[in-house]
Write a protein that binds this ligand. Structure first.
Ligand code: TYM
Length: 339
């Protein structure tokens, strides 16, 4: 028995996000915005990867709320349960089962050279195996659905290369089963910098703008953004080409506004605070419809629950087929010996 790679004529995409609360502007530009656009042309599976979020422990009291908040973010930005499967990883136990089986074809050396592992490992005296095995679970997420492609930001590139290696090794050892999934990384948005202008925008660094923030909060964040370090006084001419705030204008302000800011920054006619104010207002306007939709879901948590329950059921139906095939290929069927 083989699992269809995708339903109908559409190719399948899978992607996921860790539930560390609401999504932020980097998640939105690097991933979510594209996911929304893909929903008409692809067979889409969007996951909340709660089992990835606990690879190094975590507070059990916070996780349910974080999953809920991310689900609201997904729905608020436009992920659509009518068009896509939207579900929570731990509702489909086949993810961890397949991850276990992939241990058999994954060299430890490949896991140890992952840059995300090396970065995270530094934070521990005794390194949890979860952060080493993290990319195996990610490969299982993707291959369980035989996804043709995975839209992600640049930081996931190495994990996706490993996913392809795992698929290749599995196919070589047990027969052609999995596709070699393509990473889809959008040029220019694969690595959105944080408001500190120094590191990738990331919740753990506190340099983000949450997509569901109120205009006041957006302003409180954006006003702290680092601009051209050489521009100390308002009377100093600025250099938009090295300024992260100006880069962010590229996503939220129209061409005319950008040209005007560029000129007035270089001639010191506009200061950084005014420039940030325009950016903050434009982000607040762009994210306004998301806040409105989020308020509806917050007022109706049962609806969110129904959407995720339904998504899990649909995901499980695909996962079960793949696992039946994998178990058979790996000889996990002792009854065969009894005739
Ligand atoms: P996570 O939760 O860190 O991020 C979710 C998605 O957002 C992208 N992203 C960014 N893109 C551009 N600029 C940024 N500053 C930025 N920050 C985050 C990420 O690249 C990602 O696409 N390991 C994954 C979760 C995962 C997964 C999967 C992804 C688990 N299984 C299967 C795809 C397929 C992660 O931690 O993403």
């Amino acid at each position: 028995m083989t699992t269809p790679a995708s339903s109908g004529t559409k190719k399948r995409v899978f992607s996921g996000m860790q539930p560390s609360g609401e999504a932020h502007l980097g998640n939105y530009l690097g991933a979510l915005r594209r996911w929304v656009q893909m929903q008409d042309d692809w067979d889409c599976v969007w996951c909340i990867v709660d089992e990835h979020a606990i690879t190094a422990g975590g507070d059990p009291a916070e996780l349910p709320g974080n999953v809920f908040d991310l689900a609201v973010s997904y729905l608020a930005v436009g992920l659509d349960p009518e068009k896509a499967i939207i579900f929570v990883q731990s509702d489909v136990p086949e993810h961890t089962e397949l991850a276990w089986l992939f241990n058999a074809v994954t060299p430890v050396g490949d896991l140890e050279r992952m840059t995300q592992f090396k970065d995270k490992a530094q934070r521990f005296e005794s390194i949890p195996a979860g952060i080493l095995n993290y990319p195996i679970l990610q490969a299982a997420d993707i291959l369980l659905y035989k996804a043709d492609a995975v839209p992600v930001g640049e930081d996931q590139k190495q994990h996706l290369e490993l996913t392809r290696d795992i698929a290749r090794k599995f196919n070589a050892a047990y027969g052609e089963t999995f596709p070699e999934t393509e990473p889809l990384i959008e040029e220019g948005v694969g690595r959105i910098m944080g408001l500190d202008g120094e590191a990738k925008m990331s919740k753990s660094l506190g340099n983000t703008v949450p997509v569901l923030a109120e205009p006041d909060e957006i302003w409180n964040r954006v006003r702290t953004a680092v601009t051209d370090p050489q521009r100390v006084r308002k009377s100093d001419p600025g250099r938009p080409d090295v300024c992260n705030v100006f880069t962010l204008h590229g996503f939220f302000s129209d061409v005319g506004t950008r040209a005007d800011i560029d000129r007035r920054c270089r001639s010191a006619e506009i200061g950084c605070v005014d420039c940030k104010r325009i950016l903050s207002d434009n982000i607040a306007a762009a994210f306004g419809p998301f806040r409105e939709r989020a308020a509806e879901y917050h007022a109706n948590p049962r609806l969110v629950r129904e959407i995720l329950d339904d998504g899990a059921e649909r995901a499980r139906a695909i996962a079960k087929q793949t696992m039946a095939e994998v178990r058979d290929r790996m000889g996990l069927d002792w009854r065969k010996a009894t005739g």
